[in-house]
Design a protein around this ligand. Structure first.
Ligand code: MRU
Length: 350
């Protein structure tokens, strides 16, 4: 059974947000139902749901959950909207780098303010919009897949980093969506998946979803990519993004920048696949992208065991920024944006 076409990573079900618990994969497949804004903050922070587009939908659901909760006690519309905005800001503070979270929550808050009628009318509008964004996410990913597949050479081996798949979206994926669409046209393509230290999204999630779809996948450790590029074994790199600045500089999972440098050195095309909702036109360059600093235990421990000296210094940024000059193209639902990215990004929004 194909993974992406049957299961949604996150879905609105019976006034709750049902999501695959990604902290348990690949050992266990389990869904959890989130019913409060506080529960959603924690689910995003603890990475039960992760990946930029998926946490965007989680944020949209979180605002709908906040509205359901508030509608039980609030009768004054202004108070309701003020409290809703506070809860929305709270959910936004769960993770700082992926702009889809802010994008989706801001959309919901704007909708709440603009909806005429009662508190119940606003709450229903937020629920419906959450479901609409959910469905649109899959359509957008399929469009990106179609565009992206056009740049995949016949029989190519594609390297990807982290997980920008069905699990990082509602379904189908961004970078892995490109791979799925390419594989549908040409079953001879293959994938190399970086394990992605320290949280192993490549090893735990990407290999899980690609092998379930029958796509030949080889797992490598993060330090191996330039070795395989030097052997001519990688034809193309496709990764996702958490935030893209107006000049094309792209934040993605830590280690992406290293892959991009290696790709440039070895003349391997390096593509980003991301929806327009990942592009933050309010910032000029990657220097303005906030980088999440994550728990040091992610580096010091593996499966609860210390793996280093106990008094060593630790630093654990979750993302890095790949400068635009290392990027061959940005695959979006509106086509593939090419350098000069300042121009092509501006045009994509017109
Ligand atoms: O920390 P994570 O697992 O949320 O990071 C995910 C990534 O970096 C993905 O590549 C990115 O969000 C794009 S997902 C389509």
């Amino acid at each position: 059974m194909s993974f992406n076409s049957k299961i949604k990573t996150i879905e609105w079900v019976n006034n709750s947000s049902r999501m695959i618990d990604q902290t348990l994969l690949p050992k266990e497949f389990k869904t959890v139902d989130i019913t409060t804004a506080e529960g959603m903050y924690k689910a995003i922070k603890d990475m039960i749901v992760r990946g930029a587009p998926a946490i965007g939908i989680a944020g949209a659901h979180g605002v709908a959950l906040a509205a359901i909760e508030l509608s039980k006690t609030e009768t004054d519309k202004e108070n309701f909207l003020n409290k809703l905005s506070l809860k929305a800001e709270y959910i936004k503070s769960s993770r700082p780098t992926a702009v889809n979270l802010m994008w989706a929550i801001d959309k919901q808050v704007k909708l709440a303010k603009e909806t005429q009628g009662s508190i119940d009318d606003i709450t229903n509008a937020l629920i419906e919009n959450g479901i609409k964004l959910e469905n649109e996410d899959i359509e957008i990913n399929k469009k990106m897949g179609d565009y992206g597949a056009q740049v995949v050479p016949k029989g190519a081996t594609i390297l990807t980093h982290c997980n920008a798949g069905a699990l990082a979206t509602v379904g189908y994926g961004t970078a892995l969506g490109v791979i799925r669409s390419a594989f549908a046209k040409d079953p001879s393509i293959k994938v190399f998946a970086d394990e992605t230290r320290p949280r192993q999204q490549g090893a735990r999630l990407t290999t899980w979803e690609l092998t379930r779809d029958g796509i030949p996948t080889t797992l490598i450790t993060d330090g191996m990519c330039s070795y395989f590029m030097s052997k001519g074994m990688i034809d193309l790199v496709v990764v996702g993004a958490d935030r893209i600045a107006a000049n094309g500089d792209t934040a993605n999972k830590i280690g992406t920048y290293t892959v991009a440098i290696a790709a440039k050195y070895h003349n391997v095309p390096f593509y980003i696949a991301a929806p327009l909702s990942t592009i933050d036109t309010s910032i000029k360059s990657g220097k303005e992208i906030p980088i999440e600093e994550r728990n040091h235990e992610e580096v010091t421990h593996i499966n609860g065991d210390w793996i280093c000296a106990k008094d060593v210094n630790i630093i654990n940024p979750g993302f890095d920024v790949t400068p635009n000059e290392l990027i061959t193209g940005i695959i979006t639902e509106k086509g593939i944006l090419k350098p000069d990215f300042k121009e092509s990004i501006k045009n994509a929004f017109n």
